[in-house]
Design a binder for this molecule. Sequence first.
Ligand code: SF4
Length: 323
Amino acid sequence: MKFSQALIQWYEQAKRDLPWRHTADPYRILVSEVMLQQTRATTVIPYYERFLASYPTAAALAAAPESELLAMWSGLGYYSRARNLQLAAREAATGFPRDYDGLRALPGVGDYTAAAVASIAFGLPYAVLDGNVVRTMARVTNDAGDVRSPAVRRRLQAAATERLDAAQPGLFNQAMMELGATLCTPRKPQCLLCPVAAMCAGRKAGRQDQLPVKLGKAAAIEEHRTLYLVRRGAKYLFWRRPAESRRLAGFHELPEGSQLPQAERGELLGEVKHAIVNHRYTIQIFAAKLAAAPEGFVWLDPAEALTQPISTIAKKALGLVRR
Ligand code: SF4
């Protein structure tokens, strides 16, 4: 049996019921693919459903106020994805590009997303190469090259393209991603259940646990920070990142201790952890007192704050006092 046939047969029986698998609408597929970058499917589901209930079409997303859009995205992180998605929706509001190059030219759409939308929405023969497919293909082809190297990624892309079922490319791509997400997992791949085990060179060589090879991974940078929860009645003190900020422009943040030297620090309320790219933050949250809000700061009720764009760290910190 061919690789693609074994894979698709398995997928038809084993696939998880995910909401974006019930549509061929390129807009909805684009939303799901953008949300799924860096985020697990189970986390994405409620965001995807809320997002599409508010913005059911590209035209609706194109017209959304930015603050409302960012509040809706809050918790998914990597907010440039939301802004780019809106720019793409504005370009596609009068008609979605129906070919790979047109999709690839939309803001925020890279090779992977263009291939996913082209194959799933339009049946075009482009093989996707996301982290799941990279891992699976490195094992299937027993490729011990560094998967961070462009030459190795090109090899793995060619290996996926060679195996693609050109008659059902969307199904093949979804099946590849599902295999990587459920069986050919980073640790302990479940080869005994795998539909393509007989065609997997890494497994035959007994090297599936050593693949893929990733060299030169930068060590995570550990950082410690202190944030203040300054309370006045039912409200807390926030500041807003300026529109020109490189990250999280327009988002509300809790003040750092260093921003409020005049504040009186109180009890430690707790500690939150947060990771962004290769930074790992440990943040201590203190109650603090302050006579008056300094210029540029605002008082917000926690429930009101959650309807605004608010950083994930601030949201986690508020969780300490909203239980
Ligand atoms: S046999 Fe194992 S290593 Fe090979 S693709 Fe299947 S799960 Fe992955």
